[in-house]
Ligand binder design. Structure first.
Ligand code: GLA
Length: 401
């Protein structure tokens, strides 16, 4: 008996000690924050990151739940003779630990970027062969979040490469949200649940409603294209392990209506809410979208159920997200160029979601209906819901008992 117990303890020490695990208590709801890439590309400096952290606080984003300030590609300088990575001394003259301290002093968390290959997508040093050393370095800088990309990986096996970095982070001992970014190429939803906290499901997003920007061997995609690529993935998401349809483009060039639809749909999809715009100079409309607490509550619902498209009428789609206490979010998405008139009879269409075990018959249960953008109560499910959804926009409703 005692021998058996000792053996079990030894096995579990070996299992966690040698092979590691991910940090389990993180990202129980979709991570919220900001990342430099979509707006600034390689143009990152410590000044930008500090100002962004300041703006995250002063704009009300921190109060709304945004936490992680993540520097994407191109912060890197060189490795020294011992192999340790250093930030670009011109762009980050005070070093990463000082920057992390500043971000932490604002009550925020600090994220960084690397790549499983020899070089990052921007041609900076990758972590291949330096995984444990880099993880120790990040821990010494007090990094809280790592986005780990997939350029220049040649014949590497994705599951093994991401497992190596997961184990390295775990060994380094500082809890880190691990963001897997291999663009869905190797179907990470099938294998990454115990490796990372979020995984990209697609190629890069681009700030257009619906488009493909072909770069030759890869493409970036408009917002609707990315949504369509989430099909059939919802069963893989949940607390601590999220499908990531990429960082947001709110405030980066689409119209206000389109940005509102984009944000609403990321909320419906239980997607990580990582803003990708310039927080220092954003418009009032952008702030209003990014800090809509009622929409964010849909995204951050503790059940972590990814929403689904319940009805498809071509340009008009109706999306549903089951929430805790049998509450619901509804999103009427108008993909088209003309307004759509809706007259929706709740009682004719029951909710039948086997995945979340959510079954609602509006003939038996009455819900209160609230418009989450107009912030108005609109009666109950006993009456038909009548509205006009503007072109390239949404109406997002919360249903409570
Ligand atoms: C890839 C990623 C992007 C960004 C860039 C940086 O394209 O998918 O999100 O990190 O690399 O070079």
């Amino acid at each position: 008996m005692i021998r058996g117990t000792i053996l079990t303890i030894l096995i579990s020490i070996t299992a966690t000690g040698l092979f590691g695990q991910k940090f389990e208590d993180l990202a129980k709801t979709p991570p919220m924050g900001w990342n430099s890439w979509n707006r600034f590309g390689c143009d990152v400096t410590e000044k930008l990151i500090r100002e962004t952290a300041d703006a995250m606080v002063s704009s009300g984003m921190k109060d709304a739940g945004y936490t992680y300030v993540v520097i994407d590609d191109c912060w890197h300088g060189e490795r020294d003779s011992l192999g340790f990575i250093h930030p670009d001394p011109e762009r980050f003259p005070s070093g990463m630990k000082a920057l992390a301290d500043y971000i932490h002093s604002q009550g925020l968390k600090f994220g960084i970027y690397s790549d499983a290959g020899t070089k990052t997508c921007g041609g900076r040093p990758g972590s291949r062969g330096f995984e444990y050393q880099d993880a120790i370095t990040y821990a010494s800088w007090d990094v809280d979040y790592l986005k780990y990309d997939w350029c220049n990986t040649s014949e590497l096996n994705a599951k093994e490469a991401y497992t190596t970095m997961r184990d390295a982070l775990y060994r380094a001992g500082r809890p880190v949200v691990f963001s897997i970014c291999e663009w869905g190429d190797n179907k990470p939803w099938l294998w990454a649940k115990d490796i990372g906290h979020l995984w990209r499901t697609t190629g890069d997003i681009y700030h257009c409603w619906e488009c493909e920007w072909n770069h030759g061997i890869w493409s970036s995609w408009g917002m609707l294209n990315i949504i369509d690529m989430q099909k059939d993935l919802r069963k893989y998401a949940g607390p601590g392990h999220w499908n990531d349809p990429d960082m947001m483009e709110v405030g980066n060039g689409m119209t206000v209506n389109e940005d509102r639809a984009h944000f609403s749909m990321w909320c419906m999809l239980a997607a990580p809410l990582i803003a990708g715009n310039d927080l220092v100079s954003m418009t009032k409309e952008t702030v209003e979208i990014l800090t809509n607490k009622e929409a964010i509550a849909v995204n951050q619902d503790e059940l972590g159920i990814q929403g689904y498209k319940m009805l498809d009428y071509g340009d008009l789609e109706i999306w549903v997200k089951p929430l805790k206490n049998m509450e619901l979010a509804f999103c009427f998405l108008n993909r088209g160029k003309t307004p759509q008139t809706i007259e929706y009879d709740w009682k004719k269409i029951p909710i039948e979601d086997a995945l979340s075990n959510c079954h609602i018959d509006f003939n038996k249960t009455t819900y209160k209906v609230r418009d989450l953008w107009a912030k108005e109560n609109l009666g109950t499910t006993n009456e038909k819901f009548k509205a006009i959804v503007p072109a390239h926009d949404v109406i997002m409703l919360g249903l409570t008992k």
